[in-house]
Design a protein around this ligand. Structure first.
Ligand code: HEC
Length: 164
């Protein structure tokens, strides 16, 4: 009996060593960070930023904010997209490193969560204020990693050709 147990333990343990890196979920990453920004992150941020505003001109004060259920749902959906994009940014080789990149992706999740809270409260001022929180979450990461713009980016990694 003892020998059988020992055998079972060995059989269980050996493959653990043989496999090396544990295998993660079978993600299939067909777009890179740039495409994520263009197609998912930026449009969602625009919905949030454009949803509340004021323009003061010679004609008077023009104020706008979501009023209908559909309009509030659009803000809510974009907050969720931003939140989940933080996770998408951390997957596979989208992550430029395991430290600051991860922190900033998580900050985007937090900013998105605050945006969601604001959207659910249906408070235009809260939505306006959270726009700034989201903006800073974008900007902090761009300041470090946006490598294709000569004015931006201090950390460089291997150049990307896109479409991977
Ligand atoms: C964790 C890091 C990170 C966060 C957070 C982040 N970005 Fe980016 N973003 C990047 C990087 C890196 C690039 C440059 C990608 C490249 O050119 O390969 C980029 C590029 C962009 C671009 C330019 C795309 C193009 O046409 O070249 C836009 C627009 C953009 N981001 C919008 C946003 C917005 C809006 C937010 C916040 C809601 C945001 N990003 C948050 C890392 C981030």
């Amino acid at each position: 009996m003892r020998n059988v147990l020992l055998l079972l333990v060995l059989v269980g343990v050996v493959p653990l060593f043989a496999c090396g890196e544990p295998e993660g979920p079978p993600f299939k990453l067909l777009v890179d960070v740039k495409q994520l920004m263009v197609s998912i992150v930026d449009p969602a941020a625009d919905v949030l930023w454009d949803s509340v505003g004021t323009v003061i001109s010679a004609e008077g004060v023009d104020e706008w904010y979501p009023k209908t259920d559909e309009e509030w749902a659009a803000v809510r959906n974009s907050a969720i997209v931003l939140m989940e994009s933080g996770n998408l940014l951390m997957i596979g080789d989208r992550a430029r490193d395991q430290t600051a990149w991860m922190q900033m992706s998580r900050q985007m999740i937090d900013a998105g969560a605050k945006a969601l809270e604001a959207a659910e409260s249906r408070d235009p001022e809260a939505v306006f204020a959270v726009g700034e929180t989201v903006y800073f979450a974008c900007d902090r990461c761009h300041g470090l990693y946006w490598i294709d713009d000569t004015d931006r980016g201090r950390i460089r990694d291997t150049p990307r050709t896109g479409g991977q």
